[in-house]
Write a protein that binds this ligand. Structure first.
Ligand code: URA
Length: 240
């Protein structure tokens, strides 16, 4: 692929802008400056350097974030800053989207990608990928509450009861809740249906992929091939 097109594909600007960056001598490929925008490179394992900053070529972008509280999962937030403001410009330029949404006050694991098929597979209700939340509640977590969540609770606008895939008490007012779907405010509404109220909600994992313990709130990280394989193995259809 031509160098200026490689830069464009990675979100480094318009055709004209990418051509200009290369001509200015600010772009290195595999450690060697190249000032020919039309130079052809094999993109496999390609390492770009832009103004001395390393950037590995990626055909598609897959990213995880530790979402902090007080950020909206929207390009047009209404009351809080957007989670997209926590990502670098090239990722925004190449059009990454949230893989499902978290409420502004929910923290934890949030995925982004520019691979539409991946997003679709991850959020498809037919796949039923487990989303694992830790919820602290206003009232104590009772056995009756856990049983109701396991058996299924009625939510407004839903024709049938919705059950948790799993739930367990972690301490007097905290529970871990595993959901197969990603309905609007689902964890909060399910807990409200039991007569309790969520005070804080944190997504710990999606399928078998756990939020890295060393990733501080507001930070993001690339998902590598092994991470993606782990996510793929979370899909029930991939297991059968
Ligand atoms: N369920 C909720 O109620 N809120 C979230 O952000 C995610 C799941």
């Amino acid at each position: 692929m031509k160098l200026y097109r490689i830069l464009q594909s990675q979100g480094f600007g318009s055709r004209k802008g990418c051509v200009a960056q290369v001509r200015a001598g600010t772009v290195a490929v595999n450690g060697v400056v190249c000032d020919d925008p039309e130079a052809e490179f094999d993109t496999t394992g390609l390492e770009l350097g832009l103004d001395g900053v390393a950037w590995a070529y990626r055909d598609k972008a897959y990213v995880l974030m530790h979402k902090p509280a007080g950020y909206e999962c929207s390009h047009h937030p209404s009351h809080h800053p957007s989670v997209f403001s926590l990502l670098p410009p090239p990722l925004l330029q190449r059009g990454v989207q949230c893989v499902g949404r978290l409420d502004q006050d929910t923290t934890g694991l949030l995925l982004f990608s520019d691979d539409g098929q991946f997003i679709h597979r991850m959020i498809s209700p037919r796949k039923g990928i487990a989303k694992i939340y830790r919820a602290t509640c206003a009232e104590p977590v009772t056995d009756a509450m856990l049983e109701a969540l396991r058996k299924g609770v009625m939510l407004n606008d839903e024709p049938a009861p919705i059950a948790a895939l799993a739930c367990e008490r972690l301490d007097a007012a905290t529970l871990r809740l595993t959901l197969a779907e990603g309905k609007y405010h689902q964890a909060k509404r399910m807990i409200a249906a039991t007569g309790n109220r969520v005070e804080t909600l944190h997504r710990e994992a999606i399928g078998s992929h756990v939020l890295p313990a060393d990733l501080p709130p507001g930070n993001w990280r690339w998902l590598e091939t092994t991470d993606l394989q782990q996510l793929e193995q979370s899909w029930p259809s991939a297991k059968s």
